[in-house]
Ligand binder design. Structure first.
Ligand SMILES: [Cu+2]
Length: 287
């Protein structure tokens, strides 16, 4: 047990050392990645996840108070009404005050839970004033990301090949690194619409507070707005077949000028811009 814990601590130290190297090697540090011995939620990288975490904290307090109260009542009843202490039991069967109280108080607790829950559901449901839309499509077994508002190019994102997975670079977490990430600008509200090409998949990035089940023939909406640059990771969360564990989600967050450059490059390689005329890349997309 102690040996295991020491190994775990060593693992964390190695991860931290790895992050240092990654930070030096690329402009975007790895921030959204799980680590060994992690407890609790991942840190919140979007306003939505901040709200998810704070609702969780409220519920944790409520549920703890309720459990402690019920346990105390049980222990008290076992002690107070034990046969040795209470040889002749009372015959009363009703207590109007208690019956009203134990009906009304749980109703009030449920209302206290329901109000922030619904608020959070609607907050995460639809993007307000999104800068642009990314259409996420789940395939067996990879993700594709279309940017219809930015020239309609598509990025296909696959897990690293088996050969590359054996020799991971410092900024490539195992089973999470992909050949090409979804790229977004930081601090920008982005509408995510999700669908699937074959079976159901789940587009889930825990630190973003988003978990969209994507379904063939349907469009599901959500949104993200990531505050800081970096690499963030998630995994398909809907059992979708034998490649389920081989379709991680990787998101690279850039600052706005870098992102614009990336978009220009993508448009150019998709044949949406004349290859020689890079200056025209700044012109609005012809749609
Ligand atoms: Cu899947």
């Amino acid at each position: 047990m102690v040996g295991k814990r020491v190994l775990g601590i060593l693992g964390i130290l190695t991860t931290i050392a790895g992050l240092g190297v990654a930070g030096g090697a690329s402009a975007q540090p790895i921030v959204g990645v799980p680590h060994e011995w992690q407890m609790d939620f991942p840190p919140s990288f979007t306003p939505l996840m901040e709200k998810v975490a704070s609702l969780h904290d409220l519920l944790l307090v409520l549920i703890t108070v309720i459990c402690v109260f019920v346990l105390a009542l049980l222990i008290y009843a076992m002690w107070r009404f034990h046969a040795s202490r209470n040889a002749t039991p009372a015959t009363s069967t009703h207590n109007t005050f208690l019956e009203i109280a134990w009906t009304i108080i749980p109703i009030l607790i449920l209302v206290v839970v329901a109000i922030p829950s619904f608020r959070l559901l609607y907050y995460g449901d639809k993007a307000v004033d999104a800068a642009f839309t990314i259409k996420v499509t789940g395939h067996q077994w990879y993700w594709s990301y279309a940017y219809p508002d930015l020239g309609d190019f598509t990025v296909e994102s696959r897990i690293l090949s088996e050969a590359d997975r054996i020799k991971l670079k410092p900024n490539q977490p195992r089973m999470l690194a992909v050949d090409e990430e979804m790229v977004i600008p930081k601090g920008t509200v982005i509408r995510i619409i999700g669908t699937a090409a074959d079976s159901m998949h789940g587009w889930t990035v825990p630190g973003f507070g988003i978990k969209k089940t994507v379904i063939p023939g349907r469009l599901n909406e959500g949104w993200i707005s990531v505050n800081n640059e970096g690499y963030y990771f998630g995994q398909c969360s809907q059992i979708c077949g034998n490649g389920h564990s081989y379709m991680p989600i990787a998101v690279r967050v850039l600052d706005k000028p870098e992102f614009d450059k990336w978009v220009e490059q993508k448009k150019k390689s998709a044949g949406l811009l004349p290859a020689t005329d890079v200056a025209s890349a700044t012109a609005p997309a012809n749609r």
